[in-house]
Design a protein around this ligand. Structure first.
Ligand SMILES: C[S@@+](CC[C@H](N)C(=O)[O-])C[C@H]1O[C@@H](n2cnc3c(N)ncnc32)[C@H](O)[C@@H]1O
Length: 220
């Protein structure tokens, strides 16, 4: 499609999507180009509003932070909550990649090592709310005692996604939400398998949403 036609299309659809955000009844927190995760970020904004309105207790957390591009929106959407940031900050672990290879979920070769905690904290509007949990998940949970209002699982691979659900779902407050990114990403088939394994076992319903690569949303 010609560039001008693409722009017209996106502008037209941005208008339609913005209409659906009028329920907020206030200025938007985030303006995200429609083709760059608009649905994911706008869903986060609407869900943060529900959590605030219902005074849902607990912290927020992301497993799979990389350079903090989604975490920075979480930090802004929940200005009064602690934000735990779980990552090796060195990329995938061989332990998890072996499981990917054995089950043909993904090659696990994508490199996420060009990051560090300082770079992530520099992006945050409220860095004092952030607690960096560097290391292999779930080992990095050691000593943590908290409950959660919102969790983003974005670790791409079967094992950390399954472990993340197993840890966070029982500690999710009533009225809280979990986002699992890449649910419909065919390049990382382990994500859908981990979500369906955990949710079928525990009888947990979820809703897939249509952001790029797909997010599954669990509500409690
Ligand atoms: C797709 S990236 C995260 C993207 C990020 N949420 C964003 O907004 O750009 C996946 C991240 O998961 C992390 N990760 C995967 N398995 C992990 C594990 N078992 N423990 C800790 N971090 C892990 C990787 O290091 C990588 O940074």
């Amino acid at each position: 499609m010609e560039r001008r036609l693409v722009d017209d299309y996106l502008n037209e659809h941005k208008f339609v999507l913005e209409e659906s955000m009028q329920a907020l009844g206030r200025e938007r927190l985030f303006y995200v180009p429609v083709n760059l995760g608009y649905v994911r970020i706008s869903s986060l904004e609407l869900i943060a509003e529900e959590i605030r309105k219902n005074s849902v207790p607990g912290a927020v957390a992301e497993l799979g932070v990389y350079r903090g591009d989604f975490a920075k929106y979480m930090n802004e959407a929940f200005p009064d909550k602690t934000l735990y940031l779980f990552d090796t900050f060195e990329g995938f672990s061989k332990r998890d990649v072996l499981i990917e290879e054995a089950n043909s979920y993904s090659p696990g070769t994508q490199d996420f090592s060009d990051t560090n905690a300082g770079l992530v904290l520099d992006k945050m509007i409220k860095p004092d709310n952030c607690v960096i949990k560097k290391g292999y998940f779930p080992d990095s949970l050691e000593g943590l005692e908290d409950v959660f209002a919102f969790v983003s699982l974005d670790a791409d691979l079967y094992q950390p996604i399954y472990e993340g659900l197993q840890y966070f779902y029982p500690r999710l407050s009533r009225g809280g939400f979990i986002f699992i990114h890449d649910y419909n990403n065919d390049e990382y088939k382990g994500v859908k398998k981990a979500v369906t394994d955990y949710c079928n076992d525990q009888n947990v319903p979820f809703v897939p949403i249509c952001d790029p690569w797909g997010t599954a949303v669990i509500a409690k």
